[in-house]
Design a protein around this ligand. Sequence first.
Ligand code: ZN
Length: 225
Amino acid sequence: MWLVLVFVAGCFLGSLELCLVHRWNHLFSFFLGRSVCDCCGRHLSWRELIPIFSYLYYRGTCPDCKQIINPIYPLSELTLGLIFSIVYIYFNNSLYYYLFYSILFLMICFDLSYQYIPDLFQIGLFILLFYNYFTFRLLFISYHHFFILFILTILYFFFTNYIGGADLKLIGILCVCLPFEFIPYFFFLAASSGLCCCLITKVRQIPFVPFLVLAFLPLHILLQI
Ligand SMILES: [Zn+2]
């Protein structure tokens, strides 16, 4: 029962976070504006705002203008719903990890939408890590980790043509959440999945944050088991 509620809460938050990302440059409209159809601009009724269900019920089209609704909406709702379910099952239903993964999800939405991530989210993650260090002590800070952070710093200042600065900051943050033995697997999974996506889509520059989180999540779960 609780798992279902957590899943539904994740779906609602996923919908809200995607809306926040799309209205980031007009935050006023995020807090006060009502949701509208992307195609005809009509205000949506409450029946059209139920995550996943509304999309399925109206068969992926706007009931008024009959235009196809972007599947990114139900997909993002489903993704955060599943992530929240994972946090409930594997991360002890911890508020810390709900927050941690909510911020990661926001970063994914930003990277996919704009290929840019405001520093505010990295700062948010950094504050969470700081809290983690002094309460749960679930961070891995060793000489090896410092070496990786040193390499990332060099890449950040001298090689930003090849990898984005936000990606490098996120890699640093995610690395200290994993023991050193896990880090080669993390890099391998992220790089290989990103490369496969480049080869399939034939796009040279891809948003890398989704692949970083995709590689990090199974290793992070493995750490909890
Ligand atoms: Zn419409």
